[in-house]
Design a protein. Sequence first.
Length: 270
Amino acid sequence: MSISDTRRGAVVDAFASGWRAPAPHAWDDLLHPEVVLEQPLLRDGRGRAVWHDAVARLLTFVPDLTGHVHGWAGDGDVLYVDVELTGTVGGRPYSVRAVDRLTLDEDGLITARRSFLDPTTLVTAIAARPCAWPAWWRSGLPPLAGRTSGDLAARVTTGLGAIRLLVGSTALVSPRVARRAVGLARAAEDDRGLFVRLFAARDAAFGAATLSSSPTASALGLRLGALCDLADVAAGLLARRRGMALAAAGFAALGGLVILSERPRRPPNR
């Protein structure tokens, strides 16, 4: 299907206008009623209602969110739009660059949007800014939006990921708090927090992966976290710190149960 540059330019102008003053219905005249959406950190799905929900959640988390289109390119019925999103996360400025792949129909409506961006920068910014956590929680952005069903395994996975991210982020910011929590002696402070922060970075990374909206990344974070919990159990027992060993064992058991529950069952032998 051939679409003129004039029509493509009109679509880009309308797309950019929506980002200059974003609102859930700002793109309604541009989106096909059954538009297909694929977007990191947002819920994938079909239909304008999915987009309305995603934008509302984004604006709950970043009320001053805006976007600026830097450029675009077109090929047939496909547009590639370079957009930079900016706003305030945890009281500090934040920006991220993305490329949106827009598929158009003969009327110039967007039938599919696939966004390409690196979500790790936002996850890292949130983890490093504890004051952003309440807004993230209120927004219900994924993984929270993607795990609101009654699936117990999904809820346990979300809980484990959130706790890992919280513990890791806290230890990164304040190693002394982490030492006191596990009962380490003050003599251990001669490392200037190096070893505690190494542990913290590990836990924060596994927590962020477990909370990912990507099933593959989430499963990997869950499994690596469970393996490290087992190693922590052994370390706690060797150091004769039963409290630490029991806590790690609890996490390992929860992770193991979720992993086992998600394994495909073999069909019965006939």
